[in-house]
Ligand binder design. Structure first.
Ligand code: TXA
Ligand code: MG
Length: 336
């Protein structure tokens, strides 16, 4: 068993050193914590799959600190890529770009001719990559099947003893993973909704953008391979509550002695009996997105909780990303 160290943001140099030695370091981003390893070191990347328990045909994001690190693998960047990087990097946008054959190990790309590139908005992590001098693979730093981690403590809970360290920069701001945009296809296609909306992308690109949210079956070759795997679903049954169902839902919860967790914004929680188990999602969709995964983890740690009622938000802009993750956790179940 490894001793998993917690590094503060002024200890980036020590963490970078571990990465150079082929060790795994979890790092903060604006979305969720990532599990870092030298993307050019095949052995180190294989250990990422092991630590997470992640299927090895699911390719990884390549996390960079600047654009030159991208063009090393892609060659000259397209006008479209540059326009998006100008507008949104560093930030919660991952770009799928064609790479030079064999430029990255196939454990990173899953054998695809493309790779997913992301420059996160976090100073400590950008410094970490710069000092390591290599891009880092960066899947979310949770055990496969758990919600993505939004604090260093979540990472520690899932990966203690399996990774060398965690660079701790407090809770992440956005809370849901980056928007993934495929630029390797004729029409740019959103493969995963995030804080940057298709509308914003289309505005910068001055072209249509497809939002490909069709259900991918196991037999199909999925566009973003991660889409075919079962996502996080807690043992408790998660139920999404529509705005106009709260009074009914709360009355129902009251009858289910001690077994219901309620996740909602402060205005809704103010109508709830103080004896109920609650988790406050803050004021709006921004704070709710930031706290969604933490709330699910909070109730998942309490075996007596058999149901979790969670507030619905309108599926537009950030709300689309929030609802995408929530629907997966709820297996699309609404309170009726
Ligand atoms: O916000 C984020 O993106 C976080 C933070 C840590 O950066 N990372 C993250 O990584 O969510 P991960 O591995 O959990 O999700 C990456 C997704 C997966 O669904 C994977 O299948 C997809 O990106 N992906 C990676 N490379 C791809 C490629 N070449 N083509 C299509 N999809 C790809
Ligand atoms: Mg993930």
């Amino acid at each position: 068993m490894l001793i998993t160290k917690i590094y503060q943001v002024d200890e980036v140099a020590k963490a970078a050193n571990e990465l150079k030695l082929g060790e795994l370091i979890a790092f903060p981003t604006e979305t969720v914590y990532g599990l870092g390893a030298d993307a050019t070191n095949e052995k180190a990347v294989k250990r990422v799959y092991q630590a997470k328990g992640r299927p090895s045909d699911n390719p990884l994001i390549v996390t960079v600190c600047d654009r030159d690190m991208v063009s090393r693998y892609t060659g000259q960047l397209s006008k479209q890529a540059i326009a998006l990087m100008d507008a949104f990097w560093p930030g919660p946008l991952t770009l799928i770009l064609a790479i030079k054959p064999g430029a990255l190990p196939s454990v990173v790309t899953g054998g695809l001719q493309t790779a997913a590139f992301r420059m996160p908005q976090n100073q400590a992590t950008l410094a970490l990559i710069k000092q390591a001098q290599v891009p880092l693979v960066g899947p979310s730093a949770n055990s496969s099947g758990k919600p993505s981690p939004t604090t260093a403590q979540h990472v520690f809970h899932d990966l203690e003893g399996k990774i060398a360290g965690i660079l701790d920069d407090g809770p992440t701001k956005v809370g849901v993973e980056s928007t993934i945009l495929d630029l390797s296809t004729e029409i740019p296609t959103v493969l995963r909704p995030g804080a940057i909306s298709p509308k914003q992308l289309a505005t910068v690109l001055q072209t249509d953008v497809l939002y490909d949210n069709h259900q991918v079956k196991q037999q199909e070759v999925p566009k973003a391979p991660g889409m075919k795997y079962k996502h996080y679903a807690p043992d408790a049954q998660v139920m999404i509550v529509k705005d106009n169902s709260w009074s009914q839902a709360l009355a129902w919860a009251k009858q289910q002695k001690d077994t219901v967790g309620i996740m909602a914004t402060a205005d809704i929680l103010s109508q709830v009996d103080t004896t109920e188990a609650t988790y406050c999602l803050g004021e709006d969709v921004v704070s709710a997105s930031q706290k969604l995964f933490a709330g699910l983890r909070y109730f998942d740690a309490q075996p007596k909780i058999k149901y979790i009622l969670v507030q619905e938000f309108k599926e537009e802009d950030l709300g689309a990303a929030y609802m995408n993750r929530l629907k997966k956790a709820a297996a699309n179940t609404f309170f009726k």
